[in-house]
Ligand binder design. Structure first.
Ligand code: NIG
Ligand code: FE
Length: 411
């Protein structure tokens, strides 16, 4: 099966010699390559060039528009039940995230509804969001549990993710986030819950092979640095590599834990310790920035991007899609916020939503850039160049999604 994409205005390929790219004080490498056509053969990118002329089974006319790699969202919580629009409005009117959480709202209100939902309901909910995400260009995604906080519901969420993996052509990775919060029933006895995560949940998740990664919300008022180390070290014994919610609102030791444990990703990072950034760069830990969450929660403190450039960190930008702190499913909108709020350039951003998150998910040898030999995960947009992707704020510019060489949306 051969497909030719022709009449491309700009191929934003995001290629590099390695399978990731570092921020650099002198600027990031140009993601655009010469060419106006791409040949796909048996699901793989066969050739990129100018006016490729081959007999093929199908020609796709890009109509003089931009082509990019499929987007990779490496931090989402998209398996949940119930929505939280009332809380969204309250926050906009000045009530704090932690205040809402204390009064039983926030994460715990989604936990209650997710526990009540059966497997089929959760699966149906998730497919609605996956379909929307694909229509906005996602071809690889990470999904976390963490709205169960009991063994049964955490497993139910992870089994939903497993079914999504089996049903969709996109790449899906699963993360066990039993340590997303302390459940209400253990508020006065957190030790019992932590032991439950270690002795019951992690072994059960591992036995069924349900997760690729383990995550924790390391934040003042949630999990401490010591608890983070203890839980993630236990996960490592079961080959669950750490990704960490770290230093979102206050410095809480999350970046230090990520540095010590050689985490694959450390996420949020509004207020990390600068000393840790150097170690994270050495370890090739990806810093996953979540600018939509800062925007929604009105967090004024942005991550130290200038330091990250100086230290050559590897950064990603993800939606953090969830019903509370980020009801934002659009990676392009998230990246626009990253440009406006964090001062990231379009070159930095396009790598941050393709190659680098693919690297953090162990997928960058086969996806995340347009290079010969890689899977043909390719987007055809309705815009002319990469800068317009961030400039037309909130617009879905994705016209066609090609996943492993197969056009996904109806034409
Ligand atoms: O990444 N930080 C912790 N967890 C989520 C919030 C989830 C929720 O509000 O339901 C986050 O922002
Ligand atoms: Fe999150």
């Amino acid at each position: 099966m051969k497909i030719l994409i022709k009449n491309i205005s700009e191929i934003c390929a995001c290629a590099t010699r390695e399978n990731y790219i570092r921020l650099n004080i002198d600027g990031i490498r140009n993601p655009i390559i010469n060419g106006n056509s791409i040949l796909i053969e048996n699901g793989k990118i066969k050739k990129i060039g100018i006016d490729i002329n081959e007999s093929v089974n199908k020609v796709i006319d890009a109509e003089n528009c931009l082509v990019t790699p499929g987007f990779v969202d490496s931090h989402t919580h998209l398996v949940f039940n119930g929505t939280r629009e009332d809380e969204f409005e309250k926050r906009a009117m000045g009530v704090g995230y932690k205040e809402i959480a204390k009064s039983g709202g926030g994460i715990l209100s989604t936990v209650k509804k997710t526990r009540e939902a059966d497997f089929d309901t959760l699966y149906e909910n998730a497919t609605i969001w996956i379909d929307r995400l694909i229509s906005m260009g996602i071809t690889s995604i990470e999904i976390k549990s963490g709205y169960g906080l009991d063994t049964e519901t955490e497993l139910k969420q992870l089994r939903v993710i497993k079914k999504l993996k089996d049903s969709y052509p996109i790449n899906i990775k699963a993360t066990f986030l039993g340590a997303h919060e302390i459940p209400l029933e253990y508020r006065n006895d957190r030790r019992v819950y932590i032991d439950k995560i270690k002795n019951e949940m992690i072994p059960a998740v591992s036995k069924e092979g349900l997760a690729d990664y383990i995550d924790i919300f390391c934040e003042k008022g949630v999990y401490t640095f010591d608890e983070t180390m203890e839980i993630l070290e236990e996960g490592l014994k079961y080959s669950l590599k750490p990704r960490i919610h770290a230093d979102e609102m206050e410095p809480s030791g999350g970046s230090t834990a990520a540095a010590l444990l050689k985490a694959v990703s450390v996420d949020h990072m509004n207020v990390p310790l600068i000393n840790d950034l150097k170690v994270l760069a050495e370890n090739k830990t990806v810093i996953t920035l979540l600018p939509a969450t800062n925007f929604i929660l009105n967090i004024k403190q942005s991550p130290p991007i200038k330091e990250m450039r100086k230290l050559n960190n590897i950064i990603s930008v993800s939606t953090d899609f969830n019903p509370g702190s980020s009801p934002v499913a659009s990676i392009a909108l998230t990246a626009s916020i990253g440009m406006l709020r964090y001062g990231l350039s379009s070159d930095e951003l396009i790598y941050a939503i393709t190659l680098n998150p693919a690297f953090s998910l162990g997928l960058s040898e086969k996806t995340g850039s347009i290079e010969e030999g890689k899977d043909a995960d390719i987007l055809i947009h309705s815009i002319e160049n990469i800068k317009q992707l961030f400039y037309f704020v909130g617009m879905n510019s994705v016209k066609k999604v090609i996943i492993k060489g197969e056009p996904y949306l109806s034409e």
